[in-house]
Design a protein around this ligand. Sequence first.
Ligand SMILES: Cc1cc2nc3c(=O)[nH]c(=O)nc-3n(C[C@H](O)[C@H](O)[C@H](O)COP(=O)(O)OP(=O)(O)OC[C@H]3O[C@@H](n4cnc5c(N)ncnc54)[C@H](O)[C@@H]3O)c2cc1C
Length: 414
Amino acid sequence: MKRYSALSLFREGLNDQKGWQAAWRNPEPKSEYDVVIIGGGGHGLATAYYLAKEHGITNVAVLEKGWIGGGNTGRNTTVIRSNYFFRESAEFYDFSVKLYEGLSQELNYNIMFSQRGMWNIAQDRHGLEMLRRAANAMGLNGVPAEFHNETEVRRRIPLLNDTPRFPILAGLLQSRGGTARHDAVAWGYARGADDRGVDIIQNCEVTGFDIKNGQIRGVKTSKGKIKARKVALAVAGHTSVMAEKAGFRLPIISYALQACVSEPVKPVLDTVIMAMGTGVYISQSDKGELVFGGGIDHYPSYAQRGNLPVMEHTAAGIVDLFPQFSRMRFLRQWAGIVDVMHDSTPVVGKSPIDGMYLNCGWGTGGFKAIPAGGFCFAHTIAQDEPHHLIAPFNLKRFETGALIDEAAGAGIAH
Ligand SMILES: Cc1cc2nc3c(=O)[nH]c(=O)nc-3n(C[C@H](O)[C@H](O)[C@H](O)COP(=O)(O)OP(=O)(O)OC[C@H]3O[C@@H](n4cnc5c(N)ncnc54)[C@H](O)[C@@H]3O)c2cc1C
C-alpha cells in the first residue's frame, strides 16, 4: 500500500495526481473464507482490520449489501465520548477513545479526530443531580471530567441563550470527547484491512445461512453461496432480521434516529453540547455546517427517513439554546436505523449458533465504539472467547439478569 504523507502529496502534485492507487480492491467473492463478516459499517470493517492485524487471520470477507459506510456509520453525528456510569461501559468506551486518539497514525488515514470537548448541560434539578452523579461516577471510573457552574458554562460557550425556556444550571465537560470524520473511519479501516488481504465485497446482500446441527457452515448471498468457518454479524439495525433468518430471536428493537445539518457558516461553535432539558445536541463540522440531532423516533421502524415531529422538537430545542441559529436554513436531513437493547448496552460475543458471533445493540451511540468494538470483536472471533472488556456485554445477561442499564445509570440512551 502506498503510504499517504506530505511528501507523497507533493510528488503526486508534480505527477498530475496519476500515481495514486485505489484505496481498496473490488474483488469477486471466493467460494470459501475462514471468517465472513456481514456488514461493511465501521464495526464490520474495524473487525476485519484487527482480525488481520492482531490475529493474522486474513482469509476474511466483509460482505456489504450497499456501499461501505452507507449505513449508520455514514449517517451519524460523530460524537465521541466515554461519559458512562457503570464501570463496564466506562472501561470499554474509554479504551475506544484512547484508540481514536492514535487512529489517524495507526491507519495512515486522517480521520479528523478533534477533541473539542463534550458538554452535558443540566437544565432542571433532576438533571443537576444526574450530572453530579455522572461526575462522581466518571471520577471513580478513572475518566477525567469537569463539573462547572452556570457562570463558567456561559464563559466557555458565550453564544448560549441568556433566557432559555429551560434554565442553564451547570455543565459537565469531558474535554477528551469530540468528533471525527465518520466516513474516513470506515474508509481508513477498509484500506488497512484490504492491504492485509481482506476481501471487501460491496453490493453483496446476505440472504440466508447454511447451518447444520447448530453449526454455521456458510452464507447465502446475492452473489451466490459462500462457505465460512465463522460468521460475524455487524449489521446494526438489521440484526434482528438476520437473526430471524438464522433461527433465533434477539431483545433488540429497531428505530429510526434522525439528524440534520444547516447550511455552512464560519466557525461559531468549538465544542459539542448536549442539552439535558430537551435531549438535543449540536456541534459544528469542519465544513462549517451545524450538525444536530435529538432522540429516536417514537415507534419502531425500518424506514430510513424518520418523521417530522421529532425534527420539529429537535429544531425547537436547538433554537432554545441558540436563538441566533433560528434564521439558518436546513441543508440536509436523514435517518439511520439503530439497534436498541433494553438496557442500552451492546451485545458483543457469541450467538446461539456455533461459529456465529454478534456485534450489535449500539443504538444511538456506536460510532464512538468502532475502534474498541472492532478490536474486542476480532479477539472474540479469533479466540472463540470474549475479550475481557466485552465479556459483560454477552447475550446471556438477558437470562441471568446481569443487565448494565446505562439508560438509567447515565441518563442517556447510549
Ligand atoms: C442519525 C444518527 C446519529 C448518530 N450519532 C451518533 C453519534 O454522534 N455518536 C455515536 O457514537 N454514534 C452515533 N450514532 C450511532 C452509530 O452511527 C452506530 O451505532 C454505528 O455507526 C453502528 O456501526 P455499525 O458498523 O454497527 O453499523 P452500520 O454502519 O449501520 O453498518 C451495518 C452495515 O450492514 C449492512 N447490512 C445490513 N444488512 C445486510 C445484509 N443482509 N447483507 C449485507 N450487508 C448488510 C448495512 O448496509 C450497513 O452498511 C448515530 C446514528 C444515527 C442514525
